[in-house]
Ligand binder design. Structure first.
Ligand code: PHE
Length: 342
């Protein structure tokens, strides 16, 4: 009788074509009212000897059925996976997922290029704080409280003493004080600066500058000119020329404004250079003896030059950008154009 049941269940397991069908066979054999389970229940009235023989036979039948159920189950799972893969068609015309790679901001590209140039000349790069004191932003730079030059740089004040720096020049004083009285200095300081200007095509209340400072014995305006000439050629092309125009800054004497030949018209005159052939790029000069003295060097022995340029202005000239506000709006169509300039 057990042989018949064994054969019957084996056939049913072999014939099961899906995991569902197999589950039904399993319940019919091993479930609470399954054929194998019932066999053990009916043993009550048998003698001990019979119970022993039948018990062993049922047990080995149960083990056998469990093993072939498991094998069939694994087989059917495997079949199902293969079947699913076959049904799964790949649509090769489906558009791919676009992968947006970020790129450096044009102001970062320009700042990096400026830094690389000055590092190649042996300059160090220093950074300062955006919050400055009135003392360093103005007083130490030879701009006392009632000085008219304060009107040129309308200032965001936190208090009478604390402000957002209007230029990177206060770092001149901080670096000189660190190195006084006799260490030579070659440094640039890039960073954010702030002025209470109305935002328009060429003004922004927040912008970036790079300060340059050289302090040593026997430094003259010729050193400044040579340095800036190399700089202009690196930034705007090998045929670029520069010129100095007399100017005024309280912390330099003499002071100059520096122009480069217009790289669009090569000096012939066009709308970019307002038909002059020249474009102003920065302010500079010999460090004022008062500043040198204020910061702990002897102006009779040490001289130096300093310059300050707007990174936005350099980038606008270099890339032909006519509205400074474009740098801060984060319009991807604008920013993407600088992708390849990294
Ligand atoms: N600090 C000046 C400005 O912001 C620029 C400058 C720096 C001029 C150093 C001369 C020397 O306008």
């Amino acid at each position: 009788m057990l042989e018949n049941l064994k054969q019957e269940l084996t056939d049913q397991i072999n014939n099961a074509n899906s995991l569902d069908e197999l589950q039904q066979v399993k319940v019919k054999a091993l479930g609470k009212k399954g054929s194998i389970t019932l066999l053990t229940k009916n043993m009550k009235d048998k003698s001990i000897e019979e119970k022993k023989i039948l018990g062993q036979a049922v047990h080995s039948l149960k083990e056998y059925i469990e093993i072939i159920l498991k094998q069939k189950e694994l087989f059917l799972i495997d079949m199902k996976i293969k079947d699913d893969i076959k049904k799964d068609k790949i649509d090769i015309f489906l558009p791919g997922v676009e992968f947006h790679q970020g790129s450096l901001h044009p102001l970062t590209i320009t700042r990096n290029e400026i830094e690389e140039f000055f590092i190649s000349l042996g300059f160090e790069v220093a950074r300062g704080n955006e919050i400055e004191s009135d003392e360093y932003n103005f007083e130490k730079m030879n701009i006392p409280k009632d000085h008219p030059a304060r009107d040129m740089q309308d200032t965001f004040y936190f208090s009478e003493e604390e402000l957002l720096r209007t230029h990177t020049s206060p770092m001149q004083a901080r670096i000189m004080e660190r190195n006084a009285p006799d260490k030579p200095i070659r440094v640039i300081v890039p960073g954010k600066t702030f002025r209470r200007d109305e935002d328009d095509l060429t003004h922004s209340h927040q912008f970036m500058q790079v300060e340059g400072l050289v302090i040593d014995k026997n430094i003259s305006l010729a050193d400044l000119k040579g340095t800036l000439e190399l700089f202009a050629r690196k930034m705007f092309g090998p045929n670029t020329q520069i010129r100095f125009r007399p100017s005024y800054f309280p912390f330099t004497e003499p002071s100059v404004e520096v122009d480069v030949t217009c790289h669009i018209c090569k000096g012939k005159g066009c709308s970019v250079c307002k038909h002059t052939g020249w474009i102003e790029i920065l302010g500079a000069g010999q460090v004022h003896p008062n500043v040198i003295k204020n910061c702990g060097y002897d102006p009779e022995v040490y001289q130096g030059f300093a310059f300050g340029m707007g990174i936005e202005r350099i980038a606008m000239i270099k890339y032909g950008v006519d509205d400074v506000r474009l740098f801060y709006q984060n319009n991807l169509n604008f920013l993407k154009q600088f992708d390849k300039l990294k």
